[in-house]
Ligand binder design. Structure first.
Ligand SMILES: Nc1ncnc2c1ncn2[C@@H]1O[C@H](COP(=O)(O)OP(=O)(O)O)[C@@H](O)[C@H]1O
Ligand SMILES: [Mg+2]
Length: 252
């Protein structure tokens, strides 16, 4: 079953076709990658799916219903969560609080009840804190719980970001260049973290430049160039695809 279905999706910026009639599916439980040269339209594609920019035409369906043109918070509520190229943690909060912040999206008691410290809100807070500790343990960073988020290595920040993302219980995670700025060891950790997240039943759509990482973790790859999809297939097929090789050689 396809969790996400993108059909003929297009976005123009003035005369520029940033995304031009792109179609692909993301099957439930898969890790799907989008690759392509700089300026190919990868981030724009993510923005269109997450709702931060409005598509011009086409369709986007998630869990069999249209999310076309919905605002980002409505799309997030349906279970699509994205991480950004630059990690955005709250620097003045602890690691635990950062993860808890990711879960308040789903809180039932509401902001007013929370501020008034009503019993329902307190029970929810305890539940959220317990769940956040669980997420930190899941990513092997339990000992960082009380550490200020400003005092973390880049790899640790990435782990906290993933813990926060997973804590909100997404069905689909959009990762935009998660290996950017990571060293070899951190990239290897990232690969196992992503596999770990998928093991939890979360479907993943990833944009990434690190080819060996992509070839290693992806079930399927979509290649875009100048806003258009030029190839789609398994990593072994993509490596042999003449159009793909041409696009990458052309870049250098
Ligand atoms: N908000 C915008 N306004 C105008 N042009 C944009 C905007 N966002 C992206 N573009 C252009 O759209 C094209 C695709 O950009 P982008 O999706 O960021 O590419 P990628 O992520 O593949 O590097 C680029 O030519 C870029 O300059
Ligand atoms: Mg980009």
């Amino acid at each position: 079953m396809a969790l996400l279905e993108v059909n003929n999706l297009s976005k123009f910026f003035g005369g520029l076709k940033a995304v031009s009639a792109v179609s692909f599916d993301v099957p439930q439980g898969n890790i799907k990658a989008i690759i392509g040269p700089n300026g190919a339209g990868k981030t724009t594609l993510f923005n269109l799916i997450a709702g931060s920019i409005r598509p011009d035409c086409g369709s986007v369906r998630f869990k069999n219903s249209s999310i076309f043109g919905l605002p980002p918070y409505r799309i997030a509520q349906r279970g699509i969560l994205r991480t950004f190229q630059n990690i955005k943690l709250f620097p003045n909060l602890s690691v635990l609080e950062n993860v808890m912040a990711g879960m308040h999206v789903k809180g039932r008691a509401g902001l007013a009840a929370g501020m008034l410290r009503l019993p329902q809100a307190r029970a929810e807070e305890a539940f959220i804190s317990e769940k956040a500790h669980e997420m930190l343990a899941f990513f092997n960073i339990g000992e960082l719980a009380k550490r200020n988020a400003a005092h973390l290595s880049f790899g640790q920040q990435r782990a906290v970001e993933f813990a926060r993302a997973l804590a909100s219980g997404p069905a689909l995670l959009l990762l935009d260049e998660p290996a950017a700025g990571l060293n070899t060891q951190e990239t290897a950790q990232l690969a196992s973290q992503i596999a770990h997240i998928r093991g939890k039943g979360v479907t993943i759509l990833i944009v990434e430049h690190d080819m060996s990482l992509i070839m290693d973790i992806s079930d399927e790859i979509v290649v875009v160039s100048s806003g258009q999809k030029i190839a789609e297939g398994k990593p072994s097929d993509i490596q042999r695809n003449a159009d793909v090789v041409r696009v990458y050689l052309g870049e250098e």
